[in-house]
Design a protein around this ligand. Structure first.
Ligand SMILES: [Zn+2]
Length: 419
């Protein structure tokens, strides 16, 4: 390994801070939701930085941005790295931006040394990873990987009724390139862990083995509005009471399917809330995860069975719709061992880890050899304005990315198998 090649930590940290100014919140976080004016600003800044490095920019019909640095042999598929620039409404500086800017730092460092790899290199920015404005999440990489239809993605509406496709046109990131999966030699996404494990085990690098299975649902609980005064308790069809039982049910399913089960109700809305009206309709979202597909299936079975009981007990109509399903995935073995070898030779403490969150890499894994590098985040906190990653971990993760990309670009993977 050419260990004299190093990234410029100062420049990387400065770029992360500069990007975080776009959509900066008072509490030190970032609110830069997909396809807003702020998302456009962050994309423009990224493209400007890439052009300074002489990279060729391509944008596809989903607004995914690819920035390419030529290799010695440009008939080889590129070694790609990147992530997303959109954030949650109460997002942090590192979720997504770290993956994009660490890849940019790799290219900048190689350009400083005029180092040209055998395969070309590419940075990618995936559209709408968070899915908070346009659910579901990770639609840019899902369309690219053939896991979601382009037209369906472009028609997703936000709460104001604006379509994803219209917003993409408005911010002028509706590219011409087809979203068909283009050849990729290897894809590595660097990301904060978004959980506490690496911090607890005092490791600066997580070699991600794969991702959990997920199911997302939308639930409508329908009862009947009635006056809070004259309506006796035993005559009510209180949708909020049913919704509350559902929230407790979801939590108990998560606790029951340990180790590994995660179960969350993230949104609970009362339709036309009023303090002296019994709630007639509620909307709830559910997010189920487990590393094992079979166990997740059992969580699903229990949810559906118990929902029927709640509906009966509370005299309500409850309808449940599953809007997302992801199987558990294993990342490419050669990429995992490349990341592991690089971390070892740089004397960085590291371990294998499963990804608790969904990531664009999980979609790309379906069509190309893929891996992920995790770095710890303080107290495991993410999707929060206080999200923080330590400077030394950011540098370590990017240094591992640099050498992993060089290794893969100079010795391209010959098989496309993930085993
Ligand atoms: Zn992310």
């Amino acid at each position: 390994m050419k260990s004299n090649i190093k990234i410029n930590s100062k420049r990387l940290l400065k770029s992360i801070e500069e990007m975080a100014k776009i959509g900066a919140t008072a509490k030190g976080g970032v609110n830069r939701q997909a396809l807003t004016d702020l998302d456009k600003k962050s994309r423009d800044l990224f493209v400007k930085w890439c052009k300074n490095e002489d990279l060729k920019i391509t944008i596809d019909k989903m607004g995914n941005i690819f920035a390419r640095k030529k290799g010695k042999n440009n008939s080889l598929p590129p070694i790609m790295s990147g992530s997303h620039l959109d954030t949650q409404p109460t997002g942090g500086k590192y979720d997504g931006a770290l993956g994009v800017l660490s890849a940019l730092e790799v290219i900048r460092s190689l350009n400083d040394l005029k180092y040209i790899t055998e395969s070309p290199l590419e940075i990618v920015v995936w559209t709408n990873e968070e899915g908070c404005r346009f659910p579901p999440a990770m639609t840019g990489s899902a369309v690219f990987s053939g896991n979601y239809k382009l037209n369906n993605a472009l028609s997703i509406k936000d709460l104001d009724g604006k379509k994803l496709g219209e917003e993409l046109n408005r911010i002028k990131y509706n590219g011409k390139e087809n979203c068909n999966p283009r050849p990729i030699g290897a894809f590595i996404e660097t990301h904060i862990e978004q959980g506490p494990i690496l911090e607890i085990t005092k490791k600066s690098i997580g070699v991600v083995s794969g991702s959990q299975a997920q199911k997302w649902y939308e639930v409508n609980v329908v009862g009947m509005e009635a006056h809070a005064g004259p309506t006796p308790m035993n005559k009510r069809k209180d949708a909020l009471v049913g919704a509350s039982e559902l929230v407790l049910l979801v939590n108990s399913i998560g606790n029951k399917f340990q180790p590994g089960g995660c179960a969350t109700c993230g949104v609970l809305n009362i339709k036309s809330p009023s303090r002296n009206v019994i709630p007639g309709e509620c909307f709830i979202t559910i997010d189920f995860r487990h590393p094992n597909d079979r166990t997740l299936h059992n969580m699903d079975k229990e949810l559906r069975l118990e929902i029927k009981k709640i509906a009966k007990r509370c005299n309500l109509k409850i309808s449940i719709k599953q809007i997302l399903e992801l199987e558990s995935k294993s990342f490419n073995k050669q990429i995992r061992s490349t990341i592991e070898e690089v971390a070892s030779s740089l004397n960085l403490p590291h371990q294998e880890i499963i990804s608790g969150a969904g990531h664009d890499a999980v979609n790309v894994n379906d069509i190309a050899p893929t891996g992920m590098i995790f770095i710890p985040c303080v107290d495991g906190i993410s999707h929060n304005e206080t999200e923080k990653a330590l400077d030394q971990d950011i540098s370590a993760g990017t240094q591992v990315l640099l050498h992993s990309m060089i290794k893969l670009a100079d010795n391209p993977i010959k098989t496309n198998k993930n085993i």
